[in-house]
Design a protein around this ligand. Structure first.
Ligand SMILES: [Zn+2]
Ligand SMILES: [Zn+2]
Length: 95
């Protein structure tokens, strides 16, 4: 009996640990959605498009503007139901 209770507690701790990890950035093992990065082995972060589609992107894709060399601060859902990361200038130009 006591043993069973103990294993439940252990499972709970493990579950909580997993949730805490999920909140950290760039911990997922899924490959980056961009083809250029797919096999890079970089850690990725989970995002959702406007259509609630789950997509993963590596830090490089998230941090760099898709159109220029500035650092990206915004993102939007593109025609491929993926996300495009852009700097403020490029975002303002588009919207
Ligand atoms: Zn990437
Ligand atoms: Zn830009």
């Amino acid at each position: 009996m006591r043993r069973k209770f103990f294993s439940i507690v252990l499972v709970l701790i493990l579950l909580m640990g997993a949730t805490a990890c999920g909140r950290d950035l760039y911990v997922y093992d899924n490959p980056c959605f961009r083809t250029e990065c797919r096999d890079s082995g970089r850690r990725t972060r989970q995002f959702f498009t406007d259509n609630e589609t789950e997509r993963f992107f590596c830090q490089r894709c998230v941090d760099n503007c898709f159109f220029c060399s500035q650092s990206a601060v915004r993102h939007f859902t593109n025609m491929m139901d993926s996300l495009t990361f852009v700097c403020q200038d490029c975002y303002d130009e588009r919207f």
